[in-house]
Design a protein around this ligand. Structure first.
Ligand SMILES: Cc1cc2nc3c(=O)[nH]c(=O)nc-3n(C[C@H](O)[C@H](O)[C@H](O)COP(=O)(O)OP(=O)(O)OC[C@H]3O[C@@H](n4cnc5c(N)ncnc54)[C@H](O)[C@@H]3O)c2cc1C
Length: 370
């Protein structure tokens, strides 16, 4: 627990707080929406927890220059929706985007499903207003795309988890919002093959705007958590890939989907579901976005966030399962497969902690019996 929580309203107040705390040797931990998974907003040194929740204004959407200037306490999805209304696109979309702040995303350099095509937060940050620990207020860069002058302070701050200063204003680069997208859910009979298909899709010259892997248990848990059973999961579905392509020309997207289908012919898949309405797209993305929370609601867990060059995904998955078998634990894997990123959730489940009392059950068996 901190000694005190301060909730300033503007940069000037933050500057005064930091100067005073610096002069008196009092630790300060900045906090956004406190959804971060690496514990950066925990005030482990006590002192002040400085909330940025009142710095929640979108200052300016500059349509002419495809830029937005915002305060850090704006919820990421609120920012995305606001620029979308102007036909503009801010792609980084962590699964927590409905609750996390854009300032927290800067401090964590967040990614999300769109990162496979559009990259992570740092690729969109042009300039930051930062209050340094001594209270000094600086701008780190310039509101231009090309800026090679001096040290790259902007990128030093991105991902620094609040250790170098407090971000009080953010200038982001925006794109034109794609007008079309197509989404398919592909059931695989073997989970390793789903992982193999990921690299094969890229080798065929396709750059999907989303390429997510969910093994069977991940999707089953998400269905249970959301109480949405509209997607049929057959007994022999070992894993799914959720594949999205986006752009501005539907014929081109159709042709990309055809290329993906050609690639998938080389793998053992079941009937592919094409989302045929916005509602169905939302259902599929919602299931994917809720997997993390669903797994956590099911069992005490230990999450590992793993990443490999995408060609090695099958090996990563197989190795995780081999280790699980050896040590008697069950794991649920899902993640941004296009980035080679798998979230591995090791479930405590029924595992006993005392020696000789270990037992575990596989979720799938458990669910199929029901
Ligand atoms: C369900 C769930 C799904 C997620 N999915 C993804 C995902 O797909 N991809 C991904 O990359 N991440 C994901 N995350 C983690 C994500 O990175 C964080 O949710 C988010 O970036 C943190 O934002 P926040 O506002 O909650 O920041 P907090 O957790 O409050 O803070 C995070 C860090 O930023 C610092 N900080 C906050 N604001 C400022 C500021 N203004 N200036 C300086 N430092 C500051 C804090 O000190 C702390 O170190 C997920 C998290 C959850 C809970």
């Amino acid at each position: 627990m901190p000694s005190i929580v301060l909730i300033p309203e503007n940069t000037g107040e933050i500057s005064k707080i930091l100067k005073w705390c610096n002069d008196h040797g009092i630790p300060v931990t900045p906090a956004g929406a406190r959804t971060g998974l690496s514990g950066g907003a925990l005030p482990i040194y006590g002192g002040v927890l400085l909330s940025t929740e009142k710095l929640s204004k979108i200052v300016k959407i500059d349509e002419q220059n495809h830029q937005v200037t915002t305060e850090p306490g704006v919820i990421t999805q609120v920012l995305q929706d606001a620029v979308k209304e102007k036909g503009l696109f801010y792609p980084p979309d962590p699964a927590s985007r409905g609750s996390c702040f854009i300032g927290g995303n800067i401090a964590e350099n967040s990614g999300g499903p769109k990162a496979v095509k559009y990259g992570v937060t740092n690729e969109y940050v042009l300039n930051l207003e930062v209050v340094l620990p001594n209270g000094e207020i600086i701008w780190t860069g310039a509101n231009v795309i090309k800026n090679a002058t001096g040290y790259n302070l902007t990128q030093l701050i991105v991902g620094s988890e609040g250790t170098l200063g407090i971000v009080t204003k953010i200038v982001l680069k925006l794109l034109t919002h794609p007008t079309q997208d197509m989404l398919m859910l592909v059931p695989f009979l073997k989970a390793e093959q789903a992982c193999e298909a990921v690299a094969a899709i890229f080798r065929a010259g396709i750059l999907p705007s989303g390429l997510e892997f969910m093994e069977r248990d991940a999707l089953l848990l998400a269905q249970k958590f959301t109480k949405d059973y509209s997607i049929e999961i057959q007994e022999n579905h070992a894993a799914h890939l959720l594949i999205e392509v986006d752009g501005f020309d539907s014929e081109q997207l159709m042709s990309e989907c055809e290329k993906i289908l050609n690639v998938l012919e080389g793998f053992q898949t079941d009937e592919i579901l094409f989302a045929d309405s916005e509602a169905q797209k939302n259902t599929l993305w919602n299931l994917r976005r809720k997997v993390g929370e669903a797994v956590k609601a099911y069992s005490t867990y230990k999450e590992e966030d793993t990443v490999v060059p995408r060609f090695y995904l099958p090996e990563l998955l197989t190795t995780i399962k081999t280790i699980g078998t050896k040590y008697g634990f069950n794991s649920v894997c899902y993640g941004h497969a296009g980035d080679g990123n798998l979230h591995v959730n090791i479930l405590k489940g029924d595992l006993m902690t005392r020696n000789g009392m270990r037992s575990f059950r596989w979720l799938s068996e458990n669910y199929s019996r029901k």
